[in-house]
Design a protein around this ligand. Sequence first.
Ligand SMILES: [Zn+2]
Ligand SMILES: [Zn+2]
Length: 340
Amino acid sequence: MKTRRRPYAEQRPQELGGGVCSVPVPIPGNPLGYTLVYAVESPAGPVLVDAGWNHPDAWQALSGGLAALGLDVSAVRGVVVTHFHPDHAGLAGRVKEASGAWIAMHEHDAALVRLMAEYAAEAHDDFQADMLRRAGADPAEAGQAMGARPDPPAPPDRELRDGDLVDLPGRKLRAVHTPGHTPGHICLHLEDADRLFTGDHVLPGITPHIGIYPYDRDDVDPLGDFLESLDRVSGLGPLDALPAHEWIFPDVAARAAEIRHHHEEKLERLRALLSRRPRPLTIWEVAAMMTWNRPWEELSPMLRGMAAGEAAAHLRALEARGQVRRLAAVDPVRFHALDS
Ligand SMILES: [Zn+2]
Ligand SMILES: [Zn+2]
């Protein structure tokens, strides 16, 4: 696939045929550039898949882009968000204000949104510093702020479960639960047009962030969930993929298989790395040894924090497969390879 990501300035609202349009909505200050918001038309008004980042420029782009396609934002019937992240759910509340639209998301992400709203009221600096310390970060690093958090998104009016049809008269848009990137991530299968809105689950050129927070949790396995979710999507067949970032691409099953392969290789490299070490490693040590798109020394505190989250998710997946064991009685927690 030779298509390359083009900057936001080169993106245009597009009529995609079959009653589906896309509107690029900028994410100010983010290298991803933009979110692709989709409108699925119906006799009862369009439903949006995702909404974009909550920012005045983004709102301009969304409302103006819909207008350029002959759609009025005040006629929007509903917003179904693929997951709670701010580049997807951020503007949903604003669309609701303008149109009276309902907001729908998977029940697991809805629970997280409620938690975020409770949490936003409290200070969390100690929580973050403690999480970093328990992962083995230097005390100096554990004291650094990892960046401001955006406001929590508007709470959903409707909660979806796997297999539910979205309220879109005359069309068939079905939620496919694809946990991993978030616990309640969904893809949306437009069954009347053989298309899959993939959110951040399957993107054509990059792979989504899969992390564990706090890093030392052992009651979840987001990477294991993500790999299963890739298989689920592959099982739907070679559908056209309409992702939330980058560009539209054919054959979601082929790309899902490629991403699965990427993570299997990464897991194997990590297992080999641990088995060569004479002593167990902290999550932070593992993160510093893994390969990222820039050298570890050049990563900002926020990116190091995300890298540690990814390292934790890979360690946890290896642990769930019985290839790695954690020493939980020590502080910070350490991991070592089991002989296979
Ligand atoms: Zn996301
Ligand atoms: Zn995203």
